[in-house]
Write a protein that binds this ligand. Sequence first.
Ligand code: SAM
Length: 329
Amino acid sequence: MLVDRYGRVATDLRVSLTDRCNLRCTYCMPEEGLAWLPRQDVLTDDEVVRLVRIAVERLGVREVRFTGGEPLLRRGLVDIVAACARLEPRPELSLTTNAVGLARVAGALAEAGLDRVNGSLDTLRPDRFETLTHRRRLDDVLAGLAAAREAGLDPIKINTVLMRGINDDEAPELLAWALEHDYELRFIEQMPLDAQHGWDRATMVTAEEILASLQSVFSLTPQGDVERGSAPAETWLVGGGPARVGVIASVTRPFCGSCDRTRLTAEGQVRNCLFAREESDLRGAMRGGADDAELARRWEMAMAGKAAGHGIDDPGFLQPSRPMSAIGG
Ligand code: SAM
């Protein structure tokens, strides 16, 4: 098992399949993109599946989420999902995606064994979408989400980041849209993980502000921590339910004490926290001939050293050198 010195057990694996992305969300990546990882540094499909198998068979991982960068840019995605769906015990398989290319592949992913999708969408207005992402792809995103629904992927969750003066007035509109389409909306507080280091604690939109904005239009009933478990979103019933809305308040209401996540970057580094400043290299060991037991031992050691919290509020906090796109969000 992946246990740390505070007794937390990681059962939820986030696997980044690429550091590349076809959008340029301003809170994540500069318009010109980043220096992408050299191809030979990125794990092959077989290497990804082998590490996921070790996590599932030997380390107690029960949920696997593929992310990036943009995971739909990974050519072998459908085959990777299919191979992971054959593992015993069968893990729950999900995908975090900007949904730009999802219409094309949602059916094949569902057939391969994908269970659900988290789509990212910060605005419903085409001009804002272009300002926020530097691309004109809003229609593709909406079509991708509709295709995921059509393919039977359920639930479909939508991740939204609000930025002050850009889209922070759009929360009620986004929730009305999500309710209409039976998508479960979750607002994520902006975190200091952008490549440009432009995050500012003083100007970020807080969970409290998001809730106040939603409550100006909707009646919200808290579901409380009992329902929350180790899920990062605090949820509220909308209009008495059953529809829900979530807020992931990583900055103002951190949930590190119940974190159950372990992360694998596209080049095979284990990260025990989004904000970790150190990583453990599994790719080098794997390519050097390490057997499954040795890789599992290294993974366990990497997780044992997980910090108690992300420390964003500590005076000495240092943003990780990798941006979100290269960690896997
Ligand atoms: N490309 C995929 C997508 O758009 O969902 C997967 C990777 S993306 C890094 C995963 C999620 O992280 C997205 O929902 C995105 O909005 C969120 N994200 C990226 N940078 C963030 C930041 N600085 N703070 C909060 N969330 C962030």
